[in-house]
Write a protein of this length. Structure first.
Length: 152
């Protein structure tokens, strides 16, 4: 029997893997309020325009939208607020070092609930793809789709 919300990807950022080449991935916790968690359980979030940055040995995510909770009332959260990510010092140091290189960014990949029902977010150190790399990705995806179609 599967319990509600466990190991289900609530939100994934498909655009990130198309726009960027992911070099390393990290699993991070995220600091949320109660109404944000309830809204995430309902699947009302968007990672498409989100990005992460390092400031004072802390990692923050900006641009992630978590819709207001329907029954939140006066205690509802700001949908566009900046949220803090929880990572180890060594991971933050690696991310900071990666960001110093030109063309690198930290992109959120997916948001999900862990086995212990904590909200986790996978972030990746990414390098922007060139236009010809994107065309190559599209070609590979189409060829794989054709192979899958013919094997059935």
């Amino acid at each position: 029997m599967k319990t509600k919300g466990r190991n289900d990807t609530v939100i994934s950022n498909r655009k990130a893997r198309f726009e960027f080449e992911i070099l390393e991935t990290y699993e991070a916790g995220i600091i949320l309020t109660g109404t944000e968690v309830k809204s995430l359980r309902a699947g009302k979030a968007n990672l498409q325009e989100a990005y992460c940055y390092v400031q004072d040995d802390e990692v923050f995510i900006k641009g992630m939208t978590i819709a207001e909770y329907d029954k939140g009332g006066y205690s509802n959260h700001d949908p566009q607020r900046v949220r803090k990510l929880l990572l180890r010092k060594k991971e933050i140091a690696k991310l900071r070092k990666g960001l110093e290189q030109q063309g690198y960014t930290i992109s959120p990949l997916k948001l999900y609930f862990s086995d212990r029902n904590f909200v986790k977010i996978d972030v990746g150190l990414a390098r922007g793809k060139k236009t010809y790399d994107k065309r190559e990705s599209i070609k590979d995806r189409d060829m794989q789709r054709d192979l899958d179609r013919h094997s059935d």
